[in-house]
Design a protein around this ligand. Structure first.
Ligand code: FES
Length: 157
C-alpha cells in the first residue's frame, strides 16, 4: 500500500510505493533531497519525522541510535513509511535546473593506489563558442588536444 510523504517546510508531497524508501521516491518525484551513500551510513539524508510512522530499515545503531529515533530522526535512504508521514528535511535549493547528463570523455590517466582502487583522470570535450570554421582547435583531432582554445581561451567546459 502506498503512503503519502509531505516534506516540510516546502510542503512538497509524493507517494511512496510499498517497500520503497522515502529518498528514492522523493528523487523519482523530482525533488532534490540531500543524500550521498544511500546505504544508511553517511547520514546526509537524515530528516526529522514530524508525523506518522516509518520502518527505519536495516540501519546500524552506530548511524541511527535509538536516542536519535526518539528525537524523530530517520535516514530517508532506508526509511519506509508505514503510514502517511510528514518529514522535515532541507531540500537542496537551486539544483532543479542541474540535470545529470552523459558526455563523452577520454581517460587521461589511471592511478592504482591500492589493488582494488582506481583513480581515473578524465578529460572532457571542449565546448567552444567560436565559429565552427575555427581551424585552430575545432578540427576533430584537436577537440581533445589543447587545454584551451587560442581564439576563445575560456571555452573549456
Ligand atoms: S544517503 Fe547516506 S545515510 Fe542516507
Amino acid at each position: 500500500m502506498a503512503h503519502r510523504v509531505t516534506l516540510k517546510p516546502s510542503g512538497h508531497s509524493f507517494e511512496v510505493s510499498e517497500g520503497q524508501n522515502i529518498l528514492q521516491a522523493g528523487l523519482d518525484a523530482g525533488f532534490m533531497l540531500p543524500y550521498s551513500c544511500r546505504t544508511g551510513v553517511c547520514r546526509t539524508c537524515r530528516g526529522t519525522l514530524l508525523e506518522g510512522r516509518v520502518d527505519y530499515g536495516a540501519v546500524h545503531p552506530t548511524y541511527l541510535p535509538d536516542s536519535d529515533k526518539a528525537k524523530g530522526y530517520a535516514l530517508l535512504c532506508e526509511a519506509r513509511p508505514l503510514s502517511d508521514v510528514v518529514v522535515e528535511v532541507h531540500e537542496l535549493a537551486g539544483m532543479a535546473s542541474i540535470r545529470p547528463r552523459k558526455i563523452p570523455c577520454r581517460v587521461e590517466k589511471i592511478e592504482r593506489p591500492a589493488p582494488d582502487v582506481a583513480i581515473l583522470q578524465l578529460r572532457l570535450p571542449i565546448t567552444c563558442s567560436a565559429p565552427s570554421s575555427c581551424a585552430t582547435c575545432c578540427a576533430s583531432k584537436a577537440r581533445w588536444g589543447p587545454s584551451s582554445c587560442a581564439r576563445n581561451p575560456t571555452s573549456r567546459s
